[in-house]
Design a protein around this ligand. Structure first.
Ligand code: ATP
Ligand code: MG
Length: 573
């Protein structure tokens, strides 16, 4: 025990005052009472240290011990993260989904044995990022690296065999390297450099991949009013994106949703690696029924886990649902500590803490020399859909993609309800370059045409409301028609359909091309004298159903539907 011993003087909700903790510094971890509840030093004044407890403080009383650990709030990182469920401080919640009952918490099995396979030898040079060996486990290969801050010569490496998390498997001078390391969650883990350039993160969601793509290592936010489909969209990305690993932070949301997600991930096969999708996912649960204060930490724990996996060379995605609940935890805390509130009661550092969250995203050269990334995606729940409220407004300053969910679309059961008016992707240009560089300039053309047609169709729809559709010229009626086709055949996507939940890029392209080809032919036909009314009466159902009726990568089925439909259209002349 490195800590110093102090005494609790006062307990007020999650705020605890202690004395006798000499040498404690801000953000240090202090353990409180016989149950050793974790708390963080948030104010130091004379001899009195104010601590924010991360668990219910019921049972604590003045006179109880307060032990300083002499380190900032940190998380244990090691094998066993993938496939696991953890609380906001990254302590294992064994037995999930029973984790819904707070208090059933256990330390990550300290006695579990992990099979270590050495790669480095005694005498090898060691510096941060050098591979020492691997650990057998589920999902991705777990790589044991020399941690930041350790350099020299490897004096000893353990033989192949079973080890607990705390046992050293290598030694560099004085430093023992165990399977589990600790890292202060609020501090970004070091990298060699930040990299530019954009490789798209495939999400399997057409509206995102085709119109508002996100690059690996970028940051995106999903603002949406109550029930507009934020959680569903984030869960779809967790299931189907082509990241190596997903860290899903359920932050103040309903526990049963997270339990369902976990159950589904356990049942679904990973299409790319085999195994279960759960094997590449880390779930951090701080649901609405768990102590609010750990919610504040859960987001940083999630980022830290993602960076730890990134350092092994993996592309990771951190999903936070919802950053608004996280901001509310900060607001609650600010009011308890009587900080001067800024906008709507949020603490004045709300913008900088949001920036610090999204800025940990990036594409990097890791200490091992690998190219790897952390993509950050956060849901935002503006009360009443008010996009000017502080969390939503500030978030927009720090993300590169905004996927705004539209209440009217959700109400009309157009899912995912990503608005094509209120969304943007600042990654689109660099991703266009990526597609073009890979010999696919069509992606850019498709995107430009679809966006232009959607905008034109919206404009005409407003006009048609005033003057009636039949008053519009035939060519414009064809634009209205293609607007509907784009929405229903391409942009709508059912999360619950086995065929449609995800969509491979070639099928996405085939669906767009089918709609655009049908549109071009319709325009041609009306200019050849076919009436717009006749065109509007055509049964487009086969095209509309192509996304759900054929497999998620079945391009041929889409092409067949397209050809059939073109045949029908040609029959109109
Ligand atoms: N892609 C989709 N496919 C099918 N149904 C969907 C889709 N997205 C949303 N829904 C429907 O909308 C409902 C609400 O979605 P969801 O729970 O994701 O909304 P939310 O924005 O997270 O809500 P809250 O504000 O309560 O967190 C779902 O239960 C589902 O019925
Ligand atoms: Mg939700």
């Amino acid at each position: 025990m490195t800590g110093r011993l102090g005494r609790i003087r006062r307990v007020s909700g999650p705020l605890v005052e202690a004395t006798g903790l000499d040498g404690v510094t801000m953000a240090d971890l202090v353990e409180l009472g016989p149950a050793r509840l974790p708390a963080e030093a948030v104010a130091i004044r004379d001899e009195v240290v104010t601590l924010q407890a991360y668990e219910y403080t019921g049972g604590l009383r003045p006179g109880d011990v307060a032990i300083s650990r002499g380190e900032p709030l940190s998380a244990g990182l090691g094998p066993g993260l993938l496939g696991g469920v953890f609380d906001g401080l990254l302590r294992s919640l064994v037995g999930a989904p029973e984790y819904l009952f707070p208090g059933r918490r256990e330390e990550p099995a300290a006695t579990t044995l992990w099979h270590f396979v050495p790669e480095a030898k005694e005498g090898d040079e060691a510096w941060p990022g050098v591979r020492i060996g691997t650990v057998d486990g589920v999902g991705l290969e777990h790589r044991v690296l020399v941690p930041p801050g350790v350099a020299g010569r490897l004096d000893w490496v353990a033989d192949e065999g079973p080890h607990t998390l705390a046992e050293p498997v290598a030694r560099v001078g004085e430093a023992a390297i165990a399977l589990q390391t600790r890292w202060p969650i609020r501090r970004p883990r070091p990298v060699l450099e930040r990299l530019n350039g954009g490789v798209p993160l495939f999400t399997g969601q057409r509206v995102l991949d085709l119109l508002y793509p996100v690059a690996q290592g970028s940051a995106a936010a999903v603002p949406g009013g109550f029930g507009t489909g934020k959680t569903m969209l984030l869960q779809q990305i967790a299931k189907w994106s082509d990241a190596d690993a997903i860290v899903y932070v359920g932050c103040g949301e309903r526990g049963n949703e997270l339990a369902d997600t976990l159950q589904e991930l356990r049942e679904l096969d990973d299409p790319r690696r085999g195994g279960r999708l759960a094997d590449r996912t880390v779930i951090i649960a701080n649901t609405s029924n768990m102590p609010m204060m750990a919610r504040e930490a859960s987001i940083y724990s999630g980022l830290t886990v993602a960076e730890y996996l990134r350092d092994m060379g993996y592309h990771t995605v951190v999903i936070a649902d919802s950053t608004s609940r996280w901001a509310e935890a900060r607001r609650e805390f600010a009011s308890r500590t009587r900080q001067l509130p800024a906008e709507e009661g949020y603490p004045a550092d709300l913008p900088s803490s949001l920036a610090a969250f999204y800025e940990r995203a990036g594409r990097f050269r890791t200490l091992s020399g690998a190219e790897a990334s952390v993509t950050v995606i956060g849901a935002v729940s503006p009360a009443g859909g008010d996009m000017t409220e502080p969390v939503t407004a500030h978030t927009q300053r720090f993300v590169r993609c905004l996927w705004t969910l539209d209440r009217d679309l959700a109400y009309a059961r157009h899912y995912p309800s990503v608005s094509w008016r209120g969304s943007y992707s600042r990654d689109a240009a660099v991703i266009a370059g990526w597609y073009t560089g890979r010999g696919d300039p069509e992606w850019v053309r498709r995107r430009a045409r679809v966006l232009a047609l959607l905008a034109e169709a919206d404009r005409l729809a407003e006009l048609a409301e005033l003057v009636g559709v039949s008053a519009l010229p035939s060519q414009e009626r064809m634009v209205l028609l293609v607007g509907q086709l784009i929405r229903r055949a391409v942009l709508q996507q059912s999360a619950t359909s086995a065929n449609d939940a995800t969509c491979a890029m070639p099928k996405q392209a085939a669906l767009v091309d089918a709609v655009l080809t049908v549109h071009d032919r319709s325009v041609q036909l009306v200019s050849d004298g076919v009436s717009a009314t006749a065109m509007e009466k055509v049964d487009f159902t086969p095209l509309l159903r192509a996304r759900e009726d054929s497999g998620s990568s079945d391009v041929d089925a889409v092409i067949r539907r397209r050809e059939e439909l073109l045949g029908v259209l040609d029959g109109l002349t």
